[in-house]
Every structure is written in C-alpha cells, then in structure tokens.
Design a binder for this molecule. Structure first.
Ligand SMILES: *[C@@H]1O[C@H](CO)[C@@H](O)[C@H](O)[C@H]1NC(C)=O
Ligand SMILES: *[C@@H]1O[C@H](CO)[C@@H](O)[C@H](O)[C@H]1NC(C)=O
Ligand SMILES: *[C@@H]1O[C@H](CO)[C@@H](O)[C@H](O)[C@H]1NC(C)=O
Ligand SMILES: *[C@@H]1O[C@H](CO)[C@@H](O)[C@H](O)[C@H]1NC(C)=O
Ligand SMILES: *[C@@H]1O[C@H](CO)[C@@H](O)[C@H](O)[C@H]1NC(C)=O
Ligand SMILES: *[C@@H]1O[C@H](CO)[C@@H](O)[C@H](O)[C@H]1NC(C)=O
Ligand SMILES: [Zn+2]
Length: 926
C-alpha cells in the first residue's frame, strides 16, 4: 500500500486510542490458531435487491481443519457488519452435512470483530470440514471493505456506478466471515453475480461467465494462490482494458483508454525488471495474470492486491495538458514500481503479523525509488531519496512520538494498534534501513540474499529473523560487525545517531555518537546508542562511491579514532548519506568543508552529501548545537549550487526560519536569497523551454515559488511579462506556481480569476483557486471570492491561508481586514470554530510584538462571540509568544549577520569575526 499524507494523523489518533483500549479490555483480538483454513469458495451478488441497492449477498464455504490435535467445539473467526442468515458444517471430503447451526446460536463480539460458531460435536483432528455461511452485507461509502464509487461519463453525461474493494488492513471481515489474519493464508475461489452492463474483475483470470435469469450473469474466476485475506480484491464496473486481460492489462473507464499508455508501458517494464532482479518470473509466483485497475475514489495511491492492483485514477491516467507533467509521470512510475514490488514482497512472501509490517513496506518504498529510478534515470530518484525519504523521516524519528520498525507482537493487537503500524516510520525509515544494508553489504550480496529469502519463503510468512538470516549469510567478512546488534539497533530501537566528528590533532579524527533529538525534554530516551557504520572521504582520498564501511563503531565504544598519515584539509563522513545518521563537524572541519564546497565542481562532493550537509546544519541550528548565523554564512556556497537536491534540502529547512522574520527583516533576507540564488536563477529563470529536464522543471517550481514569495530578483515582474506575452499554458506541474506568481499583479489576477470561473474540470478549478489566492489585492479577493462566493468552506479557509503565506509582508493588514468585522466571516463560513481556526492559523505567521498585541486585543474584544472555540484563540496567543521568544533567542545573530552583510561589502571581515566568536563559545555538544 502507498498512502497519502492524511494517514499519519489518522495513525496518531490511532495511537491514543490504542493506549486506552489496549489496557482496558482483556479481550483476545488474535485468533488462537487452533483452526487452519485452506480454501474459501466465495460468491458475491450485487445490485439484486431492488429495495436497497447498497446491500450485497454473500455465500462462502470455508475449508478448514484443526491445526493441532485438540478438539475444538467453538469455531471463532472474524466477521464485521455482516448479517448471517444461515450457517452449516459439511464434511470436507464427502460434502455430507455434519450439522446446521441456527443463526440465533451464533454470538458476536463487537470489539474483537469476531463471530463464534458453537458446534454440537467437536471437530476431529486430521479431517477437513467446510464451514458455510449465507449472509447479507452492505456496499459501503467509506472506502473500506466493498464500497461504491461513481463517475460522470463525459460523452453521455451519465453517472456510472461501480464497486471497489479495499481489504487492507483488516477489512476482509466486512465482506465475508473469514480468518482475517495475515498468516492464515488460503486459496480463494470467487464468483460474482452482477447485472448486464458491468463486468467483474478479481485477483485472478476470468474463467467463464454464465447466465442466470433476468439479465444477470455470474463471472467465475480461477482459484488464487495461497494468500492472506487482506489481498483479496474485486471490482464491478463498466471498464475497458488496455493490453491482454489474460496476462497484463490496465483497466479504466473507457474514456481514459487513451491516457493509460504511460502507465501500461511502465507496468510492462517494471515487471520484467523485477523478474530479472529477483530471478523469479511473476507467473511462477502462482498467479498468471496481473491487472492494474483505477478508481475515482480510493483511500490510497495504490493497493497491491495479488493480480489486481487498484490505484487512484491519478496514478494510472495521464491526461494531456492536465495530468501529464513530469511530476505526474514520476509519481506514476514510483507508485507502480512500489505496488508491483509487493507481488514478491508482501503477496508471495508476507509478514507474519502486523508488528512486522515493515517487512512489506520498507522494501516496497525502497524499490519505489530505486526501481523507478533505474527505469527513469532522468528523475534521479536515487538522489531524491535522501531528501524526500531520509531527511523527511529524520524529523519524525527524533521525537518521543516515534516508533520502532518492529514492535513487540503483544503491543500490536487491537485494530487501532494495527493502524498505528501504518506510519511513515514503517515506510520511509524502513526504506532507509534497507538502503543502508544494501550499500554496506554490497549490491550483489544484497540481491543474492533477497533472492534466497524470496525463494525460501514463497507463499509463506516471515518475521524479521528470517530476513536477517539471509543478510547474515551473504554479509562480507570484513570489516567486523556484530550483525545481530546492527540489525536490532535500527529495527527494534527508535531513533538514530548523530556523529560528532572532531579533529583532535593533525593526524587523528575522533568520532563519537549521541542520539539526535529535536527536543531532548520530550520524554525520549537520550541514552540510546547504535552500531554505527562509518564511511568517509577526504581531500587526499576523494572517493565518494565506495559505500562499504571502513569500520563499524560498536555501541560500547565511546570514541573511534581515524588516523591519517598526512594532515587533511577536509573530511566528509557518511558518503552519499547512505547510513542512517547525521554528522556534526567541529568548526575547523566545517570551514574546511565550506572551502571544498566552494571549489570548482564542489570538489567532487556528491549531491546527496551536499543535501545532507545542508539538512544537518539546519537541524543542528534548530536544536542549538550551532547558530543560524553560522549556517547562513556557510550556505553562501550556494551561490555556486545549481542542483535540485541540495536546494530541496535548503527550501525544506529554510521555511522554519524565514517564517519567523519580521517585515523589517525581510529586505535583508531577500538580498541574501538573491545572492545565493543568483547562479541558479540565471540558469532556470521563470520561463520554460523544450530543453528542460524533469529536474529543471521541479527545481524551477520551487525556486520561482520562493523568489516570488519574497519578491527577490524581480520575480513577480518577470513572471508577469511572461504571462502577458506567452500563448502556451505552463505545463501542469508548473501551472499553479506560475499563475500564483502572476496573480500578485492585479490585471493578471483578474484574468486568472476569469479562467477560474470558466473552468469546469474539478482538479483544474482547484488549481486555479489556489493560484488566485496568491493575489496582493486582498481586499477585493476577500470581499468577492470569500465573503460573496459559493466556494466550499474548505476552499475558503485554504484561500485565506494562501493570501498571507504567499505574501509574508501582508500578514498584518490581512489580519486587520478580517478582524474588522469577524461576524461577517463567521456568518459566511457558517461556524465560529472554522473562524477561530482561520484566525489561529494566521497567528502562526505573526512575527512582531505589535501583531501579538493586535491578537490580544482581538481576543479580549471578541472572546464571547467564539464560545467554546475561544480556547483555540488563547492557544494561538501562546503559540505566538513561543514563536516570538524562539526568534529572539535563536535568530538574533542571524539578523545581525543579514543586516551587516547587506549594509556594505566592507563589513564582511567583521561578520566573520562575530562568527568565530560564536563558534568558539560553542559548548553544547562537548
Ligand atoms: C462454490 O460455491 C458455489 C455456490 O455455493 C457452488 O455452486 C460451487 O459448486 C462451489 N464450488 C466449489 C468448487 O466448491
Ligand atoms: C449533465 O447533467 C447535469 C446533472 O444531471 C446537468 O446539470 C448538466 O447540465 C448536464 N450537462 C450536459 C452537458 O448535458
Ligand atoms: C483515442 O484516440 C484515438 C486516436 O486519437 C481516437 O480515435 C479515439 O476516439 C480515442 N478514444 C477515446 C476513448 O477517447
Ligand atoms: C514518550 O513515549 C513513551 C512511549 O511511547 C510514553 O510512554 C511516554 O509517555 C512519552 N513521554 C512523554 C513525556 O510524552
Ligand atoms: C455580492 O454579489 C452580489 C451578486 O453578484 C452583488 O449584488 C453584491 O453587491 C455583492 N456584494 C459584495 C460585497 O461584493
Ligand atoms: C458586520 O457584518 C455583519 C454581517 O454582514 C453586519 O450585520 C454588521 O452590521 C457588520 N458590523 C459592522 C460593525 O460593520
Ligand atoms: Zn506498499
């Protein structure tokens, strides 16, 4: 599965719930394993009930037997929201009836989502039975189990109905009574009864279609391989196929047929490449068909059901001019690579229990980047990995709220606890750790290990130890490492180390470790240590591409000393940010690196490392190990930097600082921004050309967004010249940024506004809405587009937020305008709680004591209007106070630096002096 951003907050709520629920109930959420199902014969009928078309009919026969020798007289399995009318038990061999169980005798447990089937005679060992159920379920609207979706067919304007499934995490029980645990693998034989005008799609190939009465048909599918319940899938829709439905096909609504060429092509390529990599043909896994289907409504980007991967429309469909930009293609290639890898990692070989869910997703996320990157080198996904996955997840893993990859099974029992494992850690940290292992042991060894693992556990379930065994078997003998500890440190422990690299003398570099935390007082364990692989390059041996560690630092060792025959000018640790660690250099080594970065070709230092240095520095400043003034000084090297990935790291981190600068400080910041972006802006500009690479397009997008927001390099003016002279629309992936930049000019704003009114395509209308909201003509915008429009409340809130986010100098006047008559806004949004949210979001952008006073006064005057939501306003006031204090403590030197720097060029010597003083007084990390 590959989720959207939404999932993390859901997981967090899940955690809170889990902590409450876990302790309270003594209920057993796990099945006791006394019964082993082997086969499900499932028949689902849809659209047969005229009174309520949202009901479906189900009938299932489950072949099962005792797992051990203890007789069982109550069969317990999962069922949720199913209305069971009949239940029976047959002899598995003869089909003879053993007994009929009256449905009144079935008992249900709502918390554990289990049904108990009491038998008059206990099941006997070594004998197959068939447990049958007839039941009715509901086709849901909430994107779990079996749910409905619809779309309007463009040519006919007819609304078309369809039904889709999503069984992961534990929703198969909403569709059939079943043993809904990943290790209880079985085969599924599926029949779907449906009316004429639709076809059914499922995990396996269609065997035949038979007619029933009154224009109804039954589609019979081949038996699936032995697989987990969460992988069962089917769809009912009026769809068309690109490709060969008996082998590989892309299934979408007919009008999308012409837009699936790219995803079809990616699919063909990616399957071939995985077959080579894993030395394991897809069909030999046990299913001869692979289908990619898309749905207009889907809870994730994609779901890896064996043989029927279901995606959101946006992944498979590239509509020319609307969703066929480079970023759309990169997205499609990544998600397709991710889901398809699951056919091996997840579907064929499956984690034993949800506490080991990373055994699926760490590999899928890893291959998402590295397989898609291999197929489309122009996206440089290997480089992008460090900023988009590692640096992103570093923030999560440096807080107390993080979690280990592997949780104890006992802590992952309830549905909410299972949901908790669907976190960014499982995916992104998992992928980082897989990448670290692969690079440390060598690609060939890694591939061999993976092949053996996949072969050994084909159709089975695994725990981490099963994987570690094969990594261990293929790990090189030198340098020495305690692999048991090394594997455990990054899967069972939370967090990661920062390495403190110190030149103790001309010939020695000391390396020490300490856990990196964003807030050491948040309850996190500060004492954790890790087995640390160390890789490095120096000016004397500038080899950045050998990722085999020189040494592994044992957890019990305090200092590792690296010896050098000759004094070195600089050392770079953690080559290509392959290892899961940050690096803090002492001031001398840091200035050596700055010189190296400023030399021609950045002294060969790879983009991943340039991005790493930037991200590490910002985060050390954030915590107080370094001062922001030093960071900004160091980053003057960027005036020579033109690569996207280092700049990505800059923009990700710069926001936190830039957001705290006062309107008076902004001009000096602008001047700094202009200087460091000078070269790259000359290269990329605001316009586009046919020669642009995908990285140019992505980079320009960020660059122009930043420069125009801070009014640097006359960005707004240049965009407007282009806007007024260019006939061609910007590509879909640059359009919002470009129109947003242009909309700050009143005339362009009115033109984009007009485009917005005329647009009918929902996604494009959304894009234009966001673009118009960048206007500086905020009074007109507010009166016409907010107060006097029929836009949704969500869009209005997003639009107001955009106004000040995109125009940091206008926060105060916008606040004054809105608070002049807050009743007007509350009436328009229809609630005081939404209104409180608007005000509180804006307060997050306050930077001065004067603004703070405005909010205080506002709260005092209007508190009673807000009722319960008044607490949101007082919280906002607290946030403002914290933000102001943070800026006063953390940014004072930076502010001086920026103003001196901008004052006159003769000041440079002084500012360096100030910095040296700051560096010397740095004691935090000693
Ligand atoms: C599966 O169930 C259907 C409906 O109950 C039945 O008609 C069919 O014979 C069963 N197939 C097998 C192979 O048991
Ligand atoms: C399509 O149908 C909708 C609602 O059924 C209607 O409002 C709209 O005018 C129709 N559009 C066309 C082009 O027929
Ligand atoms: C697909 O494109 C072809 C050729 O451009 C066109 O004839 C056909 O009508 C298109 N099909 C659909 C479903 O849009
Ligand atoms: C830190 O996390 C642990 C484990 O998740 C939790 O028990 C503890 O309450 C947290 N501490 C704080 C201060 O939030
Ligand atoms: C709101 O729109 C209506 C209808 O277009 C118009 O009569 C009215 O003057 C507008 N009000 C404002 C405040 O712009
Ligand atoms: C604020 O707006 C409301 C609703 O439009 C209006 O009734 C009220 O008179 C306005 N108050 C002021 C002080 O303008
Ligand atoms: Zn996945």
């Amino acid at each position: 599965m590959n989720g959207s951003g939404l999932r993390s907050s859901v997981a967090f709520v899940g955690l809170l719930f889990a902590l409450l629920a876990g302790s309270a109930a003594g209920a057993s959420y796990r099945l006791d394993g006394s019964i082993a199902p082997s086969h499900y014969n499932l028949t689902i009928g849809v659209l047969s009930n005229a009174a309520d078309s949202a009901l479906f009919d189900g009938e299932v026969g489950i072949t099962l037997r005792l797992a051990g020798n203890t007789p069982v007289s109550v069969i317990t399995l999962h069922s949720d929201g199913l209305n069971i009318s009949e239940c029976w038990l047959l002899d598995g061999a003869t089909g003879a009836q053993v007994e009929v169980i009256a449905s009144e005798r079935l008992t249900y447990d709502a918390a554990t989502q289990q049904v108990n089937v009491p038998l008059t005679q206990a099941l006997q060992p070594e004998r197959d039975y068939t447990l049958g159920f007839k039941y009715v379920g509901r086709i849901r609207t909430d994107l779990v189990g079996l749910f409905s979706a619809s779309y309007v067919e463009q040519d006919t304007n007819v609304t078309k109905w369809m039904a889709v499934t999503q069984m992961q995490r534990i929703n198969a029980r909403l569709v059939l009574p079943c043993f809904d645990e990943p290790a209880m693998k079985a085969k599924f034989l599926l029949q779907i009864e449906r009316p004429d005008g639709y076809q059914a799609m499922a995990n396996t190939r269609l065997r035949e279609t038979t007619a029933v009465d009154q224009g109804r048909f039954v589609d019979h599918f081949l038996e699936t391989p032995v697989m987990s319940t969460y992988l069962l899938a089917f769809m009912i829709a009026d769809y068309s196929a690109r490709g060969n439905v008996s082998k590989f096909a892309v299934l979408t609504r007919p009008e999308f047929y012409n837009y699936t060429e790219f995803s079809y092509h990616v699919g063909l390529q990616v399957v071939t490449e995985y077959e080579k990599l894993f030395q394991s043909p897809y069909q030999q896994l046990g299913n001869d068909v692979l289908q990619y289907a898309s749905s207009p409504r889907f809870p994730h980007n994609g779901m890896e059901n064996w043989g029927l991967i279901i995606y959101s429309d946006g992944v498979l469909v590239q509509e020319p001019g609307y969703s066929d930009g480079w970023s759309n293609k990169e997205f499609a290639a990544r998600i397709i690579a991710h889901e398809t890898s699951h056919m091996w990692f997840g579907d064929s070989v499956t984690f034993e229990w949800w506490s080991y869910f990373w055994l699926n997703e760490a590999f899928a996320r890893y291959y998402e980047y590295f397989m898609a990157g291999q197929l489309y080198p122009e996206f440089h996904l290997d480089q992008q990995f460090v900023v988009r996955q590692m640096q992103m997840i570093f923030n999560t893993d440096a807080r107390n709220s993080t979690q280990p990859l592997t949780s104890p099974e006992s802590e992952i029992q309830t549905p909410a606890q299972i949901a908790y494992k669907f976190s960014g850690i499982t995916y992104a940290k998992g992928a980082c750790i897989v990448r670290m292992w692969r690079n440390a042991m060598g690609a060939d060894n890694f591939d061999t290990a993976i092949r053996s693992y996949l072969e050994e556990y084909h159709l089975k379930n695994t725990i981490p130890r099963n994987l570690f065994y094969y990594l261990y078997e293929n790990w090189p003998a030198t340098p020495y490492v305690d692999l048991v500890k090394f594997f455990a440190d990054y899967t069972e422990q939370v967090g990661y180390p920062m390495l403190m690299v110190n030149a103790s003398s001309e010939h020695f570099i000391n390396v020490e470790q300490k856990r990196f935390l964003l807030n050491p007082l948040d309850g996190s364990d500060k004492t954790l240590r890790y087995t640390v692989p160390i890789t490095y390059a120096t000016n004397l041996a500038p080899n950045f591409y050998n990722l085999t560690p020189s040494i592994y630092m044992d957890k019990l060792v305090d200092v590792v000393r690296l010896y050098f025959d000759e004094p070195i000018d600089w050392i770079l640790v953690n080559l290509r940010q392959s290892n899961y660690q940050r690096v803090l250099y002492d001031p001398t080594l840091m200035s050596g690196l700055q010189v190296a970065l400023s030399a021609s070709n950045h002294s060969g230092i790879p983009v991943e490392n340039r991005a790493q240095i930037i991200d590490d520095l910002f985060n050390f400043a954030r915590v107080g190990y370094l001062d922001y003034a030093e960071i900004f000084e160091f980053l003057e090297y960027l005036s020579l930097e033109v690569d996207y990935v280092p700049w990505y790291a800059v923009y990700e981190n710069l926001d936190l600082v830039a957001k705290r600068l006062t309107p008076e400080q902004l001009p000096n910041f602008r001047s700094y921004l202009e200087d460091i972006t000078d070269t790259v802006f000359n290269k990329l500009g605001v316009g586009w050309s046919a020669a642009d690479t995908p990285m140019d397009v992505a980079h320009r997008n960020k660059l122009v967004s930043w420069l125009c927001r801070y009014q640097a390099h006359q960005c707004r003016e240049k965009v407007n010249v282009k806007f007024n002279t260019e006939q061609e629309k910007p590509s879909p992936d640059y359009r919002e940024t470009f129109y947003c930049a242009a909309a700050r000019d009143y005339n362009s704003f009115t033109l984009i506004w007009a485009m917005y009114f005329l647009e009918t395509r929902p996604s494009e209308k959304e894009l234009l809405w966001m673009a118009t909201s960048c206007t500086t003509t905020y009074e007109t915008y507010y009166n016409k587009m907010i107060l006097n429009s029929t836009e949704s409340v969500e869009n209005k809130k997003a639009g107001i937020a955009r106004l000040y986010e995109q125009n940091p100098d206008l926060v105060q006047p916008i606040f004054e305008m809105i608070t002049q008559n807050i009743t007007e806004l509350a009436l328009d949004l229809g609630s005081w709680s939404d209104t409180a949210e608007v005000v509180s979001n804006m307060a997050e952008y306050f930077t001065t004591r004067e603004q703070q006073q405005l909010l205080k006064d506002f709260n005092q005057d209007n508190q009673q209007l807000f009722g319960q939501s008044a607490s949101v306003l007082s919280q906002a006031l607290d946030t403002v106070e914290q933000n102001l204090q943070w800026a006063e403590q953390r940014l004072d030197k930076l502010v001086i630096f920026l103003s001196r720097r901008n004052g006159s060029s003769g000041q440079e010597a002084t500012s360096i002096l100030v910095l040296l003083v700051a560096l010397v007084s740095l004691v935090a990390w000693l």
